[in-house]
Design a protein around this ligand. Sequence first.
Ligand code: ADP
Ligand code: 5GP
Length: 217
Amino acid sequence: MPPVTKKLDSPRERGDLFVISAPSGAGKTTLCRRLLSRLEGVEFSVSYTTREPRKGEVEGVDYHFVSESRFKEMVEAGRFLEWARVHGNFYGTGRDEVIASLEQGIDILLDIDVQGARRVQELFPGAVFIFILPPSWEELEARLKGRGSEDPERVRLRLVNARSELEAVHEYKYAVVNADLYRATEELEAIVLAQRCRISRVLSRPGLLKALKPSSA
Ligand code: ADP
Ligand code: 5GP
């Protein structure tokens, strides 16, 4: 194995893309928030959506809430890295902001559905794909209803869609079962930290290779 000090022109450290999907109600938003409050150097990509804001959701924090015509203009203008129709609304990831952050070495968390994840897989095969599983179907149903953010008809649609979304778990690299919130948060954090410890990422830390060069040969 060549010595680590051999290659001194290390490439600039780039951030990693973490793609998180789950059926609605599994606890993805809750887990993402907890992860973001615990770890430095990781940011949430605020998606654009045509769905109505829920009580307590903040423009620019939870989503950028846009009209359907504005969303379509953005699609035409190529502003999305990926976009999809999910549960009857449009959702999309802003392209430029994600790429700029990754280039600055910031890790980015994408909370997107399975269709969006497939598109990201084509564009960024090195992204890390994580699926959040509920501990049981009954618990998923209870959480979705208990959240109280959708009317019964919309809850029903989300549960119908959850069946096919759960089947997509095999397409992901990691799965976190969100039974106990504390344990699930730790598992999610462990995935992010392990990714940050890959050789290629560690050796691209600014100045590390230079610092490892013996001062006298
Ligand atoms: P998603 O973003 O996947 O649709 P949310 O994060 O909104 O799901 O969670 C759905 C509901 O379940 C919320 O009311 C949330 O407080 C609750 N919840 C999330 N994780 C857990 C957990 N581990 N145990 C119990 N309730 C949870
Ligand atoms: P919610 O309406 O519950 O916030 O989100 C519904 C679904 O849309 C979730 O599966 C969520 O991951 C997905 N979603 C949120 N933002 C995006 C996005 O930018 N692109 C895609 N493809 N899905 C998204």
